[in-house]
Design a protein around this ligand. Sequence first.
Ligand SMILES: Cc1cc2nc3c(=O)[nH]c(=O)nc-3n(C[C@H](O)[C@H](O)[C@H](O)COP(=O)(O)OP(=O)(O)OC[C@H]3O[C@@H](n4cnc5c(N)ncnc54)[C@H](O)[C@@H]3O)c2cc1C
Ligand SMILES: *[C@@H]1O[C@H](CO)[C@@H](O)[C@H](O)[C@H]1NC(C)=O
Ligand SMILES: *[C@@H]1O[C@H](CO)[C@@H](O)[C@H](O)[C@H]1NC(C)=O
Ligand SMILES: *[C@@H]1O[C@H](CO)[C@@H](O)[C@H](O)[C@H]1NC(C)=O
Ligand SMILES: *[C@@H]1O[C@H](CO)[C@@H](O)[C@H](O)[C@H]1NC(C)=O
Ligand SMILES: *[C@@H]1O[C@H](CO)[C@@H](O)[C@H](O)[C@H]1NC(C)=O
Length: 615
Amino acid sequence: MLPPIPILFLLSTIFESGRSALLADPAQLRTTQYDFVVVGGGTAGCVIASRLSEDPSVSVLVIEAGGSNTQEGSDVIQVPFFAGDATPGTKFDWNYTTVPQSGLGGRSVLFPRGRVLGGSSSVNFMFYTRGPSDDFNRLARVSGDEGWAWDNIFPFVLKVDSLGSKTVLLQSEKHVPSADMHNTTGQFEPSVHGFNGPLLTSLPGFPTDIDGRVKNTTVILKDEFPFNIDMNSGNPLGVGWLQSTIGNGARSSSATAFLTPALNRPNVDVLIETQVTRLLQTGTSGSVPILQGVEFAQSRTGPHFNVKASKEVILSAGSIGTPQILMLSGVGDQASLTSLGIKTIVDVPDVGENMQDHAFVAIQWTVNSNKTIDTLNDQPALFNAALAEYDQTHTGVLADNPAGNQIGWFRLPEDSEILRTFGDPTGGPVSPHFELMFENGFFSFTQPIPTSGNFFTILVAMVSPTSRGSVKLVTNSVFDHPLIDPALLGSTFDQEVLVEAVKASQRFVASSPWKGYIVAPFIDSVNATTDQGIKEYAAKFGTTIRHPVATSMVSKLTDKSGVVGPQLLVKNVVGVRVVDASIFPFAVGAHPQAAVYAIAERSANLIKIAHGIQT
Ligand SMILES: Cc1cc2nc3c(=O)[nH]c(=O)nc-3n(C[C@H](O)[C@H](O)[C@H](O)COP(=O)(O)OP(=O)(O)OC[C@H]3O[C@@H](n4cnc5c(N)ncnc54)[C@H](O)[C@@H]3O)c2cc1C
Ligand SMILES: *[C@@H]1O[C@H](CO)[C@@H](O)[C@H](O)[C@H]1NC(C)=O
Ligand SMILES: *[C@@H]1O[C@H](CO)[C@@H](O)[C@H](O)[C@H]1NC(C)=O
Ligand SMILES: *[C@@H]1O[C@H](CO)[C@@H](O)[C@H](O)[C@H]1NC(C)=O
Ligand SMILES: *[C@@H]1O[C@H](CO)[C@@H](O)[C@H](O)[C@H]1NC(C)=O
Ligand SMILES: *[C@@H]1O[C@H](CO)[C@@H](O)[C@H](O)[C@H]1NC(C)=O
């Protein structure tokens, strides 16, 4: 037998490539003017930088607060199983905390965000869920731009398509075989996937003991929990196999998929460990301010630098960073800006408002089996064997998503009292109210992990909130955290839906495939047997699943509300476009990274068209 090869050695042979354009010191920049400056090298930012720089005559600078995604310690980013170790409270995290959440019994909760190349796509749980067609169609309605509709944006995610023009839309996704190379027939629908793009996606590659039970439950309770062969077809409803942004046993992020290839291009500079402090006015167009200057620094007291974007600034700093930078630049609510000593350039009250997020609770049961992840975590010999297998072959449990093999999306019954009372806030009939995720072991962000025992967990998420929160500045410095209020379970509707979702999870495990497997509810949820008991459980243990959106939300050109127009250009200023999760006007009925990739791909095309760049 070969001796085990250390993880980091193997990863470096896989991920190594030219790094010429990666700069960690602003003094190394070769010029003070680029065609485009991308603020934030995260999920959307890396797509924009990569697509725009396909034309060698276009110069692009990316400025990212965090470090490289291949720096020391990045095995937590690259080894799928370690996803839960990438955040919170690591050097890859912004370490944000929310303000006290009234919907969570007044608790403040951790609010992780990726602070590294690839942004949150480098630290997330890799779920690849595009969301319902209804949500994209609503995005089109709210923005007044049919280009965002599912049928029009779909080709950006899927396949080369001419859309009736000579523009060839580049394919984003590359669906690859699972780590164990099993036959995936019947686990996904190949006709709705891309096979030639940069972003790697795959089905689970390590079977678990619960797979068959979940699958059998979709047969026995098919009315309530039907099987869906592919939740990425536009209709996510039902239970299906999880697709993840994993390929060849490693995380595929916006950094590895999009930025790494672009780093070899001479027209791209990437400045890391540097924060954009604000945008600067560079002139006026008529009476409208042009904001194509970008100021940045590596620390509060260190030197501040600036560059000019001769064509556009693209803000891709995410749902927290983007509104923060806009407000620091004088684009925001005038009264709030004035109180912090920031000169208002344009009064846009909605900057930082309207935040939506997904709240969830984990609910666990003790089980009559030792083939769960708990055993792996409790027994160092088993864990080391799994590590050795991963090191040698990039297969086994460490090559897989630690957050389960199946998930499902559900609506309340159409005659539900809750919908009658509150109306339906979703995008339409294939847009879910809640989600269930099935975990082969104890899983929680808020409860201490038991040191012994075996468990089954269902993560129960409320994905159609009506509550809205905000991001607000506390000072006039980018180096101070803003106040973050995702308003988790902040409305009666949100709380009632979560109660129904928990009851659905309890019906799921009460079905015959779980007889003899489920032993009892875990001690923390023994009182979650009544609506009131479930509400108390959620107040005690609920938290965010880390999907904030809407803090720079899109609206029609003619709307007074909103921050960006249909082409995602910031209203009432010239030269600034927002491309990230902050533009979505409603929480997406999905884990949102795939929707972020989709809007980034289309935006790159819109930018190319706007500036006459070859697409
Ligand atoms: C822990 C976690 C788990 C998640 N799990 C999933 C999942 O399994 N599936 C899924 O679909 N979604 C998941 N999400 C959500 C998803 O990852 C995000 O919605 C998506 O990646 C957001 O993309 P973005 O481009 O808007 O922002 P980000 O990817 O967060 O990028 C923003 C970038 O801007 C940088 N930045 C911010 N401010 C500044 C500044 N002033 N100067 C310079 N740079 C700045 C940040 O460091 C970051 O790199 C998860 C998120 C987290 C945090
Ligand atoms: C977050 O906390 C970790 C652990 O304390 C620390 O190493 C890291 O630098 C912090 N991140 C930021 C952005 O301050
Ligand atoms: C995979 O399984 C399907 C259905 O069982 C079968 O038709 C197909 O030939 C198999 N593919 C391979 C490559 O074995
Ligand atoms: C699932 O159902 C099939 C058919 O009834 C049965 O053979 C199999 O044992 C069941 N699997 C589990 C894990 O319950
Ligand atoms: C699991 O339980 C079986 C039966 O009790 C036992 O033989 C086996 O050693 C256990 N495995 C582990 C890894 O604990
Ligand atoms: C369950 O309710 C009982 C009675 O109110 C209480 O004493 C106990 O602490 C509760 N247990 C948990 C885990 O919340």
